[in-house]
Write a protein that binds this ligand. Structure first.
Ligand code: SF4
Length: 327
């Protein structure tokens, strides 16, 4: 991994307006806003895998999609490989899209069921006008061989429904890789797969990362996958990153109370080792009604009065960033 920063995200926000009943809109003048990503900053070094972990509803999927402008940011800056993505428009943005891609969670939903897989993987090459028909086919067959989708010629002509879950996800990864991108957002890439196939897909992702010199943003709620594949991990809660640190530090000594709770939920294989299981109070609040002060205070077992009033900033604690008044 290089020390050079590849991606810098600065104060990124993504808000969605929700429709409200017209009476509420007229008499209360209310607009309901979901703050899915709320002032998030981080960097990823070249060749690094940054994991974003958190419960569902934490905003991690929206963050991943906003970073590559599949979703338009409300405000903030995204600088990728020296280029400000947030400034790109029209044809320039379309041209740059070949340099970044996404692996979606559900391979069945992300593959057109009426297209043969060869055509599906060829699609990004056609959009970007890369190679002749023959060159495209050769590249796809080469990738299929590499990804154990063999005999490659036969797979080229199959429909997604004729593939297993693991094979479909290999096709999704081949499609993400076909334009030689530099950066990939992997959004829960193994969540829909059988446990037996998960480690194969993660191994494949690690192999191609080195071979194709990729940088990853890896989104997951599965801490075991994050531990396996990531270099650093950011923990997200209700649209904010509350802790970000090296994987080793996060797993060995989580500092933020929410990170501690997440870590205490990981099962320990050794029955002789007991770990105190921390349980958060209640459900994750709605992103339309974010609690005042520290947004985790309604569930935090360590909350103090200041936590209800003042929002903690991410601050440096021994080389990692943590947003908590008591750390
Ligand atoms: Fe808990 Fe307070 Fe820290 Fe928030 S700031 S995580 S409520 S102790």
């Amino acid at each position: 991994m290089s020390s050079e920063v590849f991606l810098r995200v600065d104060r990124l926000k993504k808000e969605f307006s929700l429709k409200v009943a017209w009476l509420e809109a007229i008499f209360k003048g209310k607009k309901r806003i979901v703050k899915a990503v709320d002032d998030v900053s981080f960097y990823i070094k070249k060749g690094e895998t940054l994991g974003i972990v958190g419960e569902s509803g934490s905003g991690k999927t929206t963050l991943g999609r906003t970073v590559i402008r599949l979703v338009e940011p409300t405000s903030g800056k995204i600088i990728m490989d020296g280029m400000e993505l947030t400034q790109l428009k029209g044809e320039t943005l379309r041209r740059e899209r070949r340099n970044f891609s996404i692996i979606f969670q559900d391979p069945m939903a992300s593959l057109n069921p009426y297209m043969r897989v060869g055509k599906i993987v060829s699609h990004p090459l056609e959009i970007h006008n890369i190679g002749t028909k023959q060159e495209r086919k050769e590249k796809i067959l080469w990738l299929f061989e590499k990804f154990n989708l063999t005999p490659a010629d036969e797979f080229y002509n199959r429909f997604p429904k004729h593939l297993s879950g693991g094979q479909r996800q290999r096709v999704v990864i081949a499609r993400a890789l076909i334009t030689n991108p530099k950066f990939i957002v992997a959004d829960e890439p193994t969540a829909m797969l059988d446990v037996s196939v998960r480690s194969q897909i993660l191994k494949l992702m690690i192999e191609i990362k080195y071979e194709f010199k990729l940088t990853y943003l890896f989104i997951t709620h599965d801490l075991a996958s994050a531990k396996y594949i990531c270099d650093r991990i950011g923990v997200m809660y209700l649209g904010k990153i509350v802790e970000i640190a090296n994987k080793e530090d996060i797993f060995k000594e989580p500092l933020h109370p929410y990170t501690k709770i997440l870590m205490s939920s990981i099962p320990i294989p050794d029955p002789n080792i007991k770990r105190e299981k921390l349980i958060p109070k209640g459900e994750i609040p709605s992103a339309t009604n974010i609690p005042t002060g520290c947004r985790f205070h309604t569930r935090c077992p360590f909350a103090k009065s200041i936590c209800r009033e003042k929002e903690p900033e991410l601050k440096d604690v021994g080389g990692r960033l943590v947003a908590c008044h008591i750390v």
